[in-house]
Design a protein around this ligand. Structure first.
Ligand code: URA
Length: 254
């Protein structure tokens, strides 16, 4: 802050807009592709007034996203819902009490499943996370009942007809066996309800424990059950790219 102004370095500003990483943004600046208030700026230390300055990259105005993106580790035994507990079941509300914005889960996890959820007020991005058309892979680690044989694994890879249509994982791997249970990694880019449970049940295996460890380029990292944090600029940029949202997509064209 300087005299009430909020100033940020130009490369950070560009990264906040999802244009490029801070390092790549420096290259754009040095190459003379960035203007502030209509004038080219090649100075790396240049600082932008968040309130007033107009920044353009190659003639397009760029602005930081007005949206909020929260990465949450949903613990087991929470409903993927907001608001008051329902029928004695806790909701995500109590975990994100400190988030002031109204954000909604982009996708769901079953009550007894755990793992990664993105909550946001960016509807377009949320739709793309959930819609199979955008093919964003979601990675699950699963303990399944019984011994998943090599043959079953091969069949799983080919897909199966479920009651609401065909389902085929992007990949499925057996990580290990343990007496009467099997540990699998399974990746789906669709979000039909109970997709993993129904898919495994088709092959005669019950899900004992299910954890989503990644959504596209986002992963659980160091988050512990019940913890959340905001997406980093880098993560948001990667996610937008994976969803085919170019940085100019959310930004206004002059
Ligand atoms: N598939 C399921 O069966 N449950 C989940 O929570 C997520 C994917």
């Amino acid at each position: 802050m300087e005299g009430g102004k909020i100033l940020v370095r130009l490369n950070r500003y560009l990264s906040m807009c999802g244009v490029a990483s801070r390092r790549k943004a420096e290259e754009l600046i040095l190459e003379g592709r960035v203007k502030v208030n209509g004038l080219p700026v090649r100075e790396l230390g240049w600082r932008v007034d968040l309130e007033k300055d107009v920044v353009e990259v190659e003639g397009r105005e760029v602005r930081p996203s007005p949206y909020k993106y929260i990465l949450l580790y949903k613990p087991c035994c929470y409903l993927t819902a907001l608001g008051e507990p329902k029928e004695g079941k806790k909701t995500l509300q109590e975990l994100i009490e400190k988030v002031r914005e109204r954000v909604y889960p982009a996708g769901r996890l079953d009550y007894n499943a755990e793992g990664l959820l993105l909550l946001t007020n960016d509807g377009e991005l949320a739709n793309r996370i959930m819609h199979p058309r955008y093919k964003l892979p979601k990675t699950y680690l699963v303990w399944a009942s019984g011994e998943v044989s090599e043959e079953t694994l091969w069949k799983m890879g080919k897909g199966a007809k479920l009651e609401d249509g065909f389902a085929k994982p992007d990949s499925v791997r057996l990580l290990r066996h343990e007496r009467d249970r099997s540990f699998l990694e399974i990746v789906f880019h669709e979000g039909r309800k109970h997709i993993v449970k129904r898919f495994l049940s088709h092959f005669g295996h019950r899900v004992l424990k299910l954890k989503r460890v990644a959504i596209g380029p986002l992963n659980l990292g160091n988050l512990k059950p019940g913890q959340w944090r905001e997406l980093t600029e880098e993560e948001l940029r990667k996610l937008r790219k994976a969803l085919g949202l170019p940085y100019i997509g959310s930004l206004s064209r002059r």
